[in-house]
Design a binder for this molecule. Structure first.
Ligand code: HEM
Length: 719
């Protein structure tokens, strides 16, 4: 459970001491080489949307319902139904999501891979996924693991009587661990306080951003209370902070916890020390499974998971909106230790009324320390008391919060697939109006383009505006992007990065109004006009550099979002602290500016070769490392790599000045985001390609390709 060594070091397949061991501070580019088609066994032409649409959805659901009660000897179903077990798997898959960087979540099926497959909090979920394998095999690539893991819990809940508001498929699988996610800096699982800067002051400490769990290895909070101290009041502080990192408010938080714990049980028949190696460390004969408990039969009544032994309700496999809240409020709770040695609460006043998973023996009602917070925190008290009186209101709130939990990293509704997509839209989906039925034809596009150029807006600023509108996109949760023109709405228009672009947006808005009034074609959106402004500017910059035939593709059909459909707090999460492409912001103690550039590039799904060509975006605008502002030339790279320059850093190490080695005169300034292309060996190798004799043409070609890609990252409506 700590970063360790292997008994033997393989001399094959990448063994031995690696670069990242020698130089742990070097900028890693591997996050830009993930999820390529080469690692995808389904191949280049596989289209998950088409495959999913072929699925007999009703048949999958029917098979899932049958599987839920088909108890297997190798891992018997508690109370005869795997529903609660699958729900926990679903919640843990989706529940790693954090709103700040959109990473985590169930959208990529990452629970199958390390580190998540071996996180202590995911104990025994390896068995839940394995139980689903017959269904996965039957439906093959038409049903991804990512979708199946989430669907299983949803169907489980429905089969236990819960009215969900629906489900959407549409999550293509990934085939490797996502190395771009920062899960924390701890070197040992469950080391308290590291992400609080060492503070033990539970009520006044702040969780490191962008993390959403109190400690490495848990999904959210410690069920036994902060740092294992069984104090429900303090636990409420942790619950509120971690759930809000996931974008959940108090009501949603209470609904999820009370709703989730209306089902199933926890597993602590014996101390957790009896568990064997985690899946990632288990030996071959365990065929990918871990946590092989040596206590009793190792499963069923003897199962060990969290070490806590709680049964929340009288019928743990049947939905009853009053069961959990009734038990919470109608009992007196005493702190006790589970047979596994963990803190939990027991209803000392109550009779033996709750069932055992595999026998007729009755037990007292029990709760987690974190559950008891729902009757000690003043805000949670108000909510749980209200819902105790109004079970239907609780049921509705849980249904909505559960749907949000499962779908909030899926991005726009145009990605939702299947027959159970709710008609209703939610503000966390960043809703967009339906597109115009008629799209601009080529002549109309050309006409609008000409009008944009006639407005004499600075070419660099046109590119920067289109870029800034589009590069809010983050692939982690498919949010942001140019569609919707939210760059013209709060909060985006007030972000410092957009301060100098508001005038450009206004000018483009006027061009677009005049164009629409003239009735030349279908009404065009501001979003399309902003992107077309960038397209026109890139073409002009290429023409002015001598590439007269360059055409930048343009796909019309974007729409404009409404201010009322824009959740200010949620959209603010898309603001990036530093954006090297636009020479904006800088790094901090934790992350250098160039690391943020690479992270941003990962969110834009850019690969290393495409990266330097895009730096020209800022060079064209700010005149950095070029004397040919407004032209798409490769002199940025020629100047950056020129050994006639001697570079000196500013005091804070963010800006660099180049002096001519002979004359001593100042020639250029550059940022860390530029300098990394001169200093990092792999990036310099690419920059050399663009600075070479044949680099100019390649630069223009690649720039156009990547510019078009970024402008369309969010166009799920046309993909
Ligand atoms: C089980 C903790 C929130 C659904 C468990 C277990 C723990 C736990 C320790 C037992 C694991 C084991 O030993 O097998 C917590 C904490 C939460 C939380 C600390 C937040 C404060 C949720 C949420 C949901 C949920 C939001 C779903 C909406 C479940 C279910 C089980 C469970 C259904 C039973 C699994 C089974 O019967 O095998 N939870 N949980 N939990 N949790 Fe939670």
């Amino acid at each position: 459970d700590a970063i360790g060594t292997c008994p033997t070091v393989s001399k094959f397949a990448g063994g031995g001491t690696r670069n990242e061991n020698w130089w742990p501070c070097s900028l890693r580019l591997d996050v830009l080489r993930q999820f390529t088609k080469e690692v995808d066994p389904l191949g280049d032409d596989f289209d998950y949307k088409a495959a999913f649409n072929k699925l007999d959805y009703a048949a999958v659901k029917k098979d899932l319902v049958a599987l839920l009660t088909d108890s297997q000897d190798w891992w018997p179903a508690d109370f005869g139904n795997y529903g609660p077990f699958f729900m926990r798997m679903t919640w843990h898959s989706a529940g790693t999501y954090r709103a700040m960087d959109g990473r985590g979540g169930g959208g990529m099926g990452q629970q199958r891979f390390a580190p998540l497959n071996s996180w202590p909090d995911n104990v025994n979920l390896d068995k839940a996924r394995r139980l689903l394998e017959p269904i996965k095999r039957k439906y093959g690539s038409n049903l991804s693991w990512a979708d199946l893991i989430l669907m299983a819990g949803n169907v489980g809940m429905e089969s236990m009587g819960f009215p969900t508001i629906g489900f959407a498929g549409g999550r293509p699988d990934t085939w490797q661990s996502d190395e771009s996610v920062y899960w924390g800096g701890e070197t040992k699982w469950l080391t308290n306080d590291v992400r609080y800067g060492g503070s033990k002051d539970v009520l006044n400490r702040t969780l490191e951003e962008p993390l959403a769990a109190v400690v490495l290895g848990l999904i959210y909070v410690n069920p036994e209370g902060p740092d294992g101290k069984p104090d429900p009041m303090d636990s409420a502080k942790d619950i509120r902070e971690t759930f809000s990192r996931m974008g959940m408010n108090d009501e949603e938080t209470v609904a999820l916890i009370a709703g989730g714990h209306s089902f199933g049980k926890t597993h602590g028949a014996a101390p957790g020390g009896d568990l064997g190696p985690v899946p990632e460390a288990a030996s071959l004969e365990q065929v990918g499974l871990g946590w092989k408990s040596t206590f009793g039969t190792g499963s069923g009544e003897d199962a060990v998971g969290s070490g806590i032994e709680v049964v929340w309700t009288k019928d743990p496999v049947k939905w009853n909106p009053s069961a959990f809240l009734g038990s919470l409020w109608n009992n007196e709770w005493t702190l006790v230790k589970s047979p596994g040695g963990a803190w939990q609460f027991e209803a000392s006043n109550a009779t033996l009324s709750h069932p055992s998973p595999q026998s007729d023996k009755k037990r007292k009602p029990t709760m987690l320390v974190s559950d008891i917070s729902l009757r000690t925190d003043p805000e949670y008290i108000k909510i749980t008391k209200r819902w105790l009186e109004n079970p239907k209101e609780f049921e509705d709130a849980f249904a909505k919060a559960w749907f949000k939990l499962l779908h909030r990293d899926m991005g726009p509704k145009s990605r939702y697939l299947g027959p159970e997509v709710p008609k209703e839209s939610f503000i966390w989906q960043d809703p967009l109006p339906a597109p115009e039925a008629e799209k601009m034809n080529d002549d109309q596009v050309a006409s609008l383009k000409a009008k944009i150029l006639e407005a004499k807006i600075d070419v660099g600023k046109l590119v920067a505006t289109a870029w800034s509108a589009a590069d809010t996109y983050r692939n982690s949760d498919k949010r942001g992007g140019a569609n919707g023109a939210r760059i013209a709405l709060e909060p985006q228009k007030s972000w410092p990065i957009n301060a100098q672009l508001n005038d450009v947006v206004k000018s483009l808005s006027t061009v677009r109004d005049n164009y629409n009034k003239a009735g030349i074609g279908p009404q065009v959106s501001l979003a399309d006009t902003i992107v077309l402004g960038g397209v026109a500017a890139v073409e002009k910059a290429a023409h002015d550099a001598g590439f007269k035939d360059v055409k930048v593709p343009f796909t019309p059909g974007r729409v404009d979002a409404k201010q009322d459909d824009t959740d200010i707090e949620n959209v603010n999460h898309l603001e990036y602290p530093a954006d090297g492409f636009l020479q904006y912001g800088k790094g901090n103690k934790a992350s250098k500016t160039e690391a943020m550039l690479v992270d941003k590039a990962a969110q834009l799904t850019l690969t290393p070769p495409s990266l330097p060509s895009l730096l020209v975006v800022c060079a064209r605008w700010t005149g950095i490392l070029t004397s040919k502002a407004g032209q798409l030339t490769n002199d940025y790279f020629v100047n950056l790599l020129d050994m006639a320059n001697t570079w000196t850093p500013s005091q804070d190490g963010e800006l660099y000045t180049a002096k001519d080695a002979k004359s001593g005169s100042e020639k250029f300034t550059a940022s860390r985001s530029d300098m990394i292309f001169a200093s990092h060996p792999e990036l310099r190798a690419i920059a050399e390609v663009y600075s070479g004799a044949d680099g100019q043409e390649r630069l223009v070609k690649n720039f156009v390709k990547v510019f078009d890609k970024v402008m369309n990252l969010d166009r799920f409506d046309v993909r």
